[in-house]
Ligand binder design. Structure first.
Ligand SMILES: Cc1cc2nc3c(=O)[nH]c(=O)nc-3n(C[C@H](O)[C@H](O)[C@H](O)COP(=O)(O)O)c2cc1C
Length: 250
């Protein structure tokens, strides 16, 4: 039976059994009956491939905040992002050029400052988070434009977003340009060393060193303009048939 953990503000969170709780080690699990379509990436236009890749793999949703040399704070949503190492703690962010070939303010600011902040998106501010993806001119701060509340950083200069319950301050350790088959630079992947972490105590139990997902309510980025709410969790190590097979969690 699903265990309803909480119902705050009309939002439910539940922990449920896995779909096949009686699975036994060595038993092949379900394979979809549909035919496999094989895709040759070169036969897709870059925009078709971009949309396909976006839809195929759910990704972390976050807002990257930066500051320009003139002191204008910038914020925009990003999802070609992930944690890539824990020692040294490193977050990767890929910034594409705009469709017209111009640079995004995020890239201009990171290249000037060598730093950026990562702000996790929770479901209570998805509207403003999504709206911050609109193309604003560099003189306009998305903080004021969409209504983010700035919170000071402690090591870097970019302000953090107070609406976000988890913020990382990052310093760029590696900058990798991507060049496409026409020889054109399309994007920059930045590795940012996480030099400070801020986490709201309502989403993290410091004594148990564990996150309270019913309060964190992170969003996951799917294709198009879709996001998924993390409001249901499963724990395969709790199944009686697999509890002896639990592997270390990553
Ligand atoms: C949910 C979401 C995720 C996005 N992820 C990325 C991304 O990973 N890389 C990227 O270059 N643009 C991404 N974008 C587009 C940028 O947010 C958008 O181009 C924005 O206007 C850039 O703002 P800036 O010029 O202030 O940096 C994303 C947009 C949305 C709504």
């Amino acid at each position: 039976m699903p265990t309803k953990v909480s119902n705050t503000n009309g939002q439910t969170f539940q922990k449920v059994p896995t779909s096949n709780a009686n699975w036994k080690m060595g038993e092949p699990q379900k394979i979809l009956s549909g035919k496999t379509l094989t895709i040759e990436p070169n036969n897709y236009t870059s925009s078709q491939l971009h949309q396909f890749l976006l839809g195929s793999f759910p990704r972390p949703a976050c807002i990257i905040s930066t500051i320009s040399p003139e002191g204008i704070s910038n914020a925009a949503p990003y999802s070609f992002t992930n944690l890539v190492c824990s020692d040294p703690p490193t977050f990767s962010l890929t910034v594409f050029k705009n469709p017209d070939g111009s640079l995004k303010d995020t890239q201009v600011n990171i290249d000037a400052s060598n730093e950026f902040a990562v702000n996790l998106i929770s479901d209570w501010f998805v509207e403003s988070a999504h709206a911050s993806g609109m193309n604003c001119s560099p003189e306009v701060s998305e903080f004021e434009h969409v209504g983010f509340t700035p919170k000071p950083s402690t090591i870097i200069k970019s302000p953090l977003i107070a609406q976000s319950p988890v913020n990382y301050e990052c310093k760029v350790s590696t900058r990798i340009p991507f060049i496409n088959k026409e020889g054109r630079e399309t994007a920059i992947c930045y590795m940012g060393e996480i030099v400070r972490i801020h986490v709201n105590e309502q989403v993290f139990d410091n004594e148990k060193s564990s996150f309270l997902y019913e309060n964190l309510r992170p969003l996951v980025k799917l294709g198009g303009s879709l996001y998924a709410k993390v409001n249901t969790v499963v724990d395969p190590t709790q199944n009686s048939s697999t509890s002896s097979t639990s592997s270390s969690s990553q």
